[in-house]
Design a protein. Structure first.
Length: 262
């Protein structure tokens, strides 16, 4: 049986723990497969690179989740409604797109469901999280640097604002950073004093980046419950892995993944 090949597409990707997660399960389950990283420079070449590299499936990270949506031949209903894809599987010569960020994020909250939430950023991850929270009865506001990407959210019934007019007096039980601010350097999504004001009133600060960003350091300094994106990464990877092998697997496998990155 030929070895199956999977990869992560994104820019940057060198920091990613995804290969550790997936390869740990391939090894544990004795599946003849390998997972690697691919630095995608041009979003227009996503489908072409997928096929030319002979891949069986990929995960997609920033900033290509909306481009991945457009590259697919088939979409599941959830990915279709979100307009963003983070998992693609080759089936019968066609690229099938899915979104595992949404269930991965909800699972990583460990039962915490706020009355309201503020999502910082308006990319593909923000789309998945906004729909996931809304489906669980949470009142969601999306804030972004510019207006452009907010149109999608308004068309889908979400409240939106830009960072410059975001009201620091607002009270959100959950604040989620989906921007890349803090990924490669100590930077914040927007102006520090306003962010500190918002964090001072929140119950839970969450950063989708899986390291201790300046955003999380601020929340920690204010004595707030905080979490990075590692659990979300592991949970979404578990759901993506099931799609890759097209089989149900025991949730205990999440523990194997956690051990791989601990």
């Amino acid at each position: 049986m030929n070895k199956k090949l999977f990869a992560l597409f994104g820019n940057p990707v060198s920091h990613s723990k995804s290969p550790l997660l997936h390869n740990s399960l391939f090894k544990h389950l004795a599946i003849n497969a390998c997972y690697t990283r691919y630095l995608l420079q041009d979003s227009n070449l996503l489908k072409e690179k997928f096929l030319s590299l002979g891949l069986d499936g990929i995960n997609i990270t920033v900033p290509f989740k909306e481009d991945a949506y457009n590259a697919c031949d088939e979409l599941d209903e959830y990915a279709k409604s979100i307009g963003a894809v983070n998992t693609i599987v080759l089936r019968d010569g066609k690229l099938h797109g899915f979104n595992t960020d949404a269930p991965g994020f909800i699972a990583s909250l460990d039962g915490f469901l706020p009355a309201n939430a503020l999502i910082l950023g308006a990319g593909g991850t923000a789309r998945a999280l906004a729909f996931a929270l809304k489906a669980n009865g949470v009142d969601v506001v999306i804030a972004n640097r510019s207006e452009g990407r907010l149109q999608f959210f308004r068309q889908n019934g979400f409240k939106t604002t830009t960072f410059d007019v975001l009201d620091g007096d607002s009270n959100f039980e959950l604040i989620v950073n989906t921007t890349s601010a803090g990924l490669l350097s100590d930077e914040l999504p927007f102006e520090k004093s306003k962010l500190a004001e918002l964090l001072s009133k929140t119950k839970f600060a969450y950063d989708c980046i899986y390291s201790e960003t300046l955003f999380l350091k601020m929340a920690k300094g204010l004595g707030k419950k905080h979490k990075n994106g590692l659990d979300m990464l592991i949970c979404q990877a578990f759901f993506a892995f099931k799609l890759f092998i097209d089989e149900e697997i025991d949730k205990k496998m999440i523990g194997i993944m956690k051990e791989a990155v601990s």
